[in-house]
Ligand binder design. Structure first.
Ligand code: SF4
Length: 180
């Protein structure tokens, strides 16, 4: 069985931060709907996920920041997630990243569109401690480490751009079974 055999039209699905599709999963109980992404999800199979919920955190929840580095450093045990009350939530963030990765394997997805700015989903989050001022979120870091192509998006951004479409096409071509 090929990795994408379960997807409608045999197209590998795109992993998508659920808040960008209008799911109320943010730390404050709100969503971060990106209308362009919602429209795209009507045309292409998508897997909505929220790593912080998958890791067992409630909604709403106390916001966290990465202390001692960024998401890459969390994966190597050098940094931690601390919430506004000073509680350590590192295990929940790590578990959520692993569960999100498990979902990507189950569904045959090799590409993700994730909410910018988040200490879980962002590629350039300010909620961390890096000399550059920005770093990668925990789930984004795990996805990148394991070969998933990650794009980040904010609510008001246009989507999809050519870079994303090219990456998706490349994945589709790679996954399509040989016809001879
Ligand atoms: S940015 Fe990621 S972790 Fe935060 S609410 Fe959205 S999906 Fe959940």
């Amino acid at each position: 069985m090929s990795r994408n055999s379960g997807s409608p039209g045999n197209r590998p699905p795109v992993m998508v931060s659920a808040c960008l599709l209008g799911v109320h999963c943010r730390y404050d109980g709100l969503h971060a709907l990106c209308p362009d992404l919602r429209d795209f999800a009507g045309r292409h199979p998508c897997i909505p996920f929220c790593p912080e919920q998958l890791g067992g955190l409630p909604t709403p929840r106390s916001p966290c920041r990465i202390v001692g580095g960024d998401g890459r450093d969390v994966l190597t045990g050098k940094a931690r997630l601390i919430n506004a009350e000073g509680e350590n939530r590192t295990e929940e963030f790590r578990r959520g990243a692993e569960e999100a990765y498990r979902l990507s394997r189950l569904t045959g997805s090799g590409i993700a569109v994730m909410k910018s700015g988040s200490p879980s989903c962002g590629i350039h989050t300010v909620y961390c401690e890096k000399p550059e001022g920005r770093g990668t979120g925990v789930t984004a870091a795990l996805f990148q480490k394991r070969g998933i192509i990650v794009f980040e998006l904010d609510s008001n951004d246009s989507f999809p751009d050519q870079k994303f479409l090219d990456a998706l096409k490349q994945l589709n071509d790679k996954e399509r079974p040989c016809s001879v």
